[in-house]
Design a binder for this molecule. Sequence first.
Ligand SMILES: Cc1ncc(COP(=O)(O)O)c(C=O)c1O
Length: 317
Amino acid sequence: MDLQTSPDLLSAVGRTPLVAFTGFSQAPGARVWGKLESFNPGGSAKDRTARALVQDATERGVLGPGSIVVESSSGNLGVALAREAVVGGWKFHCVVDRRTNQATLAHIRALGATIHEVTEPDPETGDWLTARRTRVAELKDELGAINLDQYSNRAAFDAHSEGTMREIVAQLGHAPDVLVVAVSTTGTVGGCARYIAEHGLHTRVVVVDAVGSVLFGGERGQRILPGYGAGVVTDLSRETTPDDIVRVTAAEAVDAARALAKSTGFLPGASGGAVCVGVEKCLHDDPSAEIVAIFHDDGRAYLDTVYNDEWVERNVR
Ligand SMILES: Cc1ncc(COP(=O)(O)O)c(C=O)c1O
């Protein structure tokens, strides 16, 4: 048995399980794997991103004990940076909006970070992410803080190229036919796609975006679920060309998340539900494909939303 110790919590990031899932409409012999990023110490793939952003800023000499960092997050990066701040001895201010799960906010606060909640969308575009980034710029000046900027910082690619995708290939012993990834900053998919290109792998990259997200040519609209989709075209997204795009509504994501929980026992988060819709589409296109789906987090922080009938009835139906 390969049991390891970790010298600290930060070095426990990564090496997440890749689990075979049945319960999709698979042809006999087809394999669907879930890369379960909820097994990271902070419960999401953003632990990897935070590690890479912090390591990069530390190496560049702009971040160290006593620094103040301000960052916009839909929640998961906030949790990861709050932990990095504790270990690194700096202060963290997290800018969120009203869509962030209450459990995630409580997690960030419990780690000692300060939360700034944006209560109105950007007046010009109606977009929440734009409003968050405006607040980040204000706080940067007010606090004399630095901003790691997860939307344009290419260090995120390193986390998912050398981490997530390298692990997937090592765990399988070969490259999968298809990789299905939910997108927001697009750091995860961009890093995985970079690894695939650099190693000449045949893996097709399918991104799962929200209906209403403007990424990859999408049309702006209302989005209710946190985690996947974006209201601005991120700098990172300009560097990735996916093989296919699946746009998923909140209702589809909720239904698929609930169905996966009942068919596999794994409780996905909101973007995980959307990813399941992407997996079904890929199986429809090629029923015998070997597919790896990245589950960025799990559903524990979504018990009051995605898994709450009243909330779903009020907000999604
Ligand atoms: C739950 C969840 N899913 C998917 C994503 C998308 O990841 P990325 O920002 O790397 O595109 C995020 C990012 O915050 C997330 O929190």
